[in-house]
Design a protein around this ligand. Structure first.
Ligand SMILES: Nc1ncnc2c1ncn2[C@@H]1O[C@H](COP(=O)(O)OP(=O)(O)OP(=O)(O)O)[C@@H](O)[C@H]1O
Length: 338
């Protein structure tokens, strides 16, 4: 097992930043800690790193109790959002830094730096200074620097969030590919659900210092354990269970609210079986997808997502009368608002 967190809590004053968290991260896997701002992701990462001490609970790294080990003893690589490179050092010197302070042999350092430059696809740029690189290239150098001493565990805290959307997307794909080559156990903090879904083997969804659910991206999306997870991962309509869209569709729930994904709304231009009437209040064109805001006859407003083909088939116009029914909907015993 790569990392085991056992019932760990951390309080700042009277505020519980991490509240009885337990999780297991398989050796060699890439796991995302995902949650809104303030949900405790960075604190949990800092606890794993040894930058914070837990008030209670245990942290095991590769089978050994590391709860009270120093940062150095844990042999961990870090990459933070603004983990600045040393400006006065070349790329090579930056990557070599961790090996030089460990007094590794010069020839070994040289070979390792070359290997890492190739791994992060920056061969030939070793003599440049950080100011001569793009933001994305700098984060790749920072990752190479973190990987240089062959850490047991790699911890990444929002490593791409300061970069623009396009570079960020490229780096996500790149990180996934790199991880498939290196296989170091990696924990990745993000508040971006798309980033978590795209990059990780498993996602730990956090809310208010607690773990809401752990699962593969598909499990988290298709079988959300709580209302919070369903609302946080992907778009959702939240409607009262009494809304007429659920009547005669077998969805009447014992719980007051129902959660309905926009792509799970069937839209027709004429009544069909158990459909209910609605009016198109707004259409938003997003290229391959169209978002249709629909007002049901009971006054509830829902957003439906239609593929381009389906939209063209329906030939929808604003104010048009349509007929809708849910394909799927979920309800949960407890509702935690975001
Ligand atoms: N050293 C500290 N002293 C006091 N409060 C802290 C400290 N570190 C974190 N907190 C508080 O703990 C809570 C959780 O913070 P944390 O940074 O772990 O959340 P996060 O999920 O990573 O959020 P973000 O995405 O905004 O970084 C926040 O309310 C924060 O203000």
């Amino acid at each position: 097992m790569g990392i085991i967190v056992e019932n760990v809590s951390k309080q700042f004053g009277s505020f519980k930043a991490v509240d009885s968290v337990s999780l297991e991260i398989g050796s060699g896997s890439l796991v995302a800690l995902l949650g809104p701002s303030g949900s405790g992701k960075s604190t949990l990462l800092r606890l794993i790193a040894g930058l914070e001490l837990p008030d209670s609970g245990k942290i095991l790294l590769t089978g050994k109790d590391a709860t009270y080990q120093s940062v150095q003893e844990r042999n961990i690589g870090f990459l933070f959002q603004h983990y600045a490179l040393f400006k006065h050092m070349t790329v090579c010197k930056n990557i070599a830094f961790g090996l030089e302070i460990r007094k590794a042999q010069k020839a070994k350092i040289k070979a390792r730096v070359e290997e890492l430059l190739e791994l992060v696809q920056l061969s030939g740029l070793g003599d440049r200074y950080p100011s001569q690189l793009s933001g994305g290239q700098r984060q790749r150098v920072a990752l190479a620097r973190a990987l240089a001493p062959e850490p047991k565990v790699l911890l990444l805290d929002e490593p791409f969030s300061a970069l623009d959307a396009r570079v960020r997307k490229d780096l996500r794909a790149w990180l996934r590919k790199l991880h498939d080559e290196v296989h170091v156990t990696t924990v990745f903090v993000t508040h971006d659900q798309e980033e978590a879904m795209e990059v990780s083997d498993e996602i730990v969804v956090m809310n208010k210092g607690r773990v809401e659910q752990i699962g593969t991206p598909a499990e988290i999306y298709d079988r959300p354990a709580t209302a919070f997870v369903m609302s946080f991962i992907g778009p959702v309509n939240v409607l009262p269970s009494s809304s007429n869209i659920f009547q005669s569709n077998g969805f009447d729930s014992a719980h007051p609210e129902m959660f309905l994904r926009p792509q799970d709304i069937i839209v027709e231009t004429s009544p069909n079986g158990t459909t209910v009437a609605a009016r198109v209040s707004r259409l938003i064109h997003l290229g391959w997808e169209i978002q249709a805001e629909l007002t049901l006859d009971d006054g509830q407003v829902v957003t439906a997502h239609l593929t381009r083909d389906r939209f063209d088939e329906l030939n929808l116009e604003p104010q048009q009368r349509v007929y809708v029914k849910p394909k799927d909907a979920k309800s949960f015993p407890l509702y935690f608002s975001i």
